[in-house]
Design a binder for this molecule. Structure first.
Ligand SMILES: Nc1ncnc2c1ncn2[C@@H]1O[C@H](COP(=O)(O)OP(=O)(O)O)[C@@H](O)[C@H]1O
Ligand SMILES: [Mg+2]
Length: 374
């Protein structure tokens, strides 16, 4: 899994083979290195943490949790933290009780965080989809935990389980032994049967907002002994679309690329088309009625390799025209409309001579609409 991500990262990066190799290597390290070890280090998921804290404090711990959210927002991290909280025993022994306040590293903490504890079983449903995998797991659930308080089963990407596997799981989920807890994580909750969902306490992990994400990056940059321009970090945070893992992976490449100095210019180059925020900027400029800047932004996207092809629906032709003409009628100036025409023709902004574009009145007059690039 991690390998695929690295390969994709390399392929998308214009930094050359040497920078690519360095980037992919440290990418894995950086995301793993800064995996939160405490709930207080988890950013952007305050509502979930507060709910869990109250539940644990009052002893209302669910039998099964369902963590949903897009990639890289902390599902696996939270699952491990819950497993650790359930089995928290302060150092030096004693009974203790499940708690979210794990100031000191307890007896089982390290093993759980490194996912090598015997009583905390992690299963990746993406590669173990069948009933046999689930049956093994359920069979072992009947035995008491070896050393910990609870046997915790973490099933990642749970939506990938087969129908049979879900059915197999359901029975145990209905009446789980006292010592068993389930934690499921998924990026696609709607693919999980309602019968399973209804037996879990569900938390929807949020995308992390740009500012807290940029602050997190700044703190990691400082811990790494690197330097970064605030604008560069904001750009990374924006491009990551709320995923901390994505942000860390970009940061990783930026640090490798600039040998420890992350500048806005380098990040812009690194991101290239991956910065989807640029599309929204373009849309905003168009909606604000600023054709000059819109065309500049479009040209810059084109320079970076964006393909300006009409969509299949547009290629089909006639069906799309009424809507298109409607949009153009609202356009503010001849220049603006010429720009759109040229865009439609798939030509560079300066390539279509003025005489080849019909007067605006053609469009507005009703009959001339078809002339648009047809
Ligand atoms: N909410 C968060 N707060 C801080 N770091 C996070 C958060 N979410 C993800 N990360 C970072 O991203 C990495 C991957 O997170 P993970 O929990 O595996 O994401 P996923 O939601 O895909 O399971 C972590 O190791 C950590 O460095
Ligand atoms: Mg995960």
């Amino acid at each position: 899994m991690a390998k695929v991500e690295d390969q994709q990262g390399n392929a998308a990066k214009p930094g050359g083979p040497i920078a690519s190799a360095a980037g992919s290597q440290s990418h894995a390290a950086l995301a793993r290195k800064y995996r939160p070890k405490l709930f207080s280090e988890l950013i952007g998921q305050d509502a979930m943490v507060q709910t869990l804290r109250n539940a644990f404090a009052s002893g209302r711990i669910a039998q099964a949790y369902m963590l949903t959210g897009v990639r890289g927002v902390g599902k696996t991290t939270t699952a491990r933290l819950i497993a650790r909280a359930l089995n928290y025993v302060p150092p030096g022994g004693g009974d203790g009780a499940p708690t979210l306040d794990m100031g000191e590293e307890g007896e089982h903490c390290r093993a759980i965080l490194e996912s090598r504890h015997l009583d905390v079983v992690e299963m990746d449903a993406a590669s173990h989809t069948g009933i046999d995998d689930v049956r093994d797991l359920i069979d072992s659930a009947h035995y008491k935990p070896n050393t910990a308080r609870y046997k915790v089963y973490i099933i990642d990407e749970v939506h990938m389980l087969s129908k049979q596997a879900f059915n197999g799981l359901l029975k145990t989920l209905e009446e789980p032994p006292e010592h068993v807890k389930f934690i499921f994580a998924t990026t696609e909750a709607r693919k999980v049967p309602v019968t399973v969902l209804s037996r879990c306490q569900r938390f929807d992990l949020k995308r992390i907002e740009v500012e807290p994400l940029a602050l997190q990056l700044a703190s990691i940059v400082a811990q790494e002994g690197a330097e970064a321009e605030p604008a560069a970090l904001m750009m990374i945070a924006r491009a990551a679309e709320g995923s901390v893992r994505d942000a860390l992976s970009i940061l990783d490449r930026a640090i490798a690329f600039g040998s420890g100095k992350v500048t806005a210019e380098a990040v812009r180059g690194l991101l290239g088309l991956a910065d989807r925020g640029r599309i929204f900027d373009l849309l905003e400029t168009v909606l604000a009625g600023d054709p000059g800047n819109a065309l500049k932004q479009l040209a810059s996207l084109t320079n970076d390799g964006a393909a300006r092809r009409p969509s299949p629906r547009q290629e089909e032709g006639a069906a799309a025209w009424p809507a298109r003409r409607g949009a153009l009628r609202g356009a503010r100036s001849d220049r603006h409309v010429r720009g759109l025409r040229q865009y439609r023709c798939g030509q560079p902004m300066h390539a279509v001579p003025r005489r080849e574009t019909r007067p605006l009145t053609d469009l507005r007059g009703g009959g001339g609409g078809r002339s648009l690039g047809a």
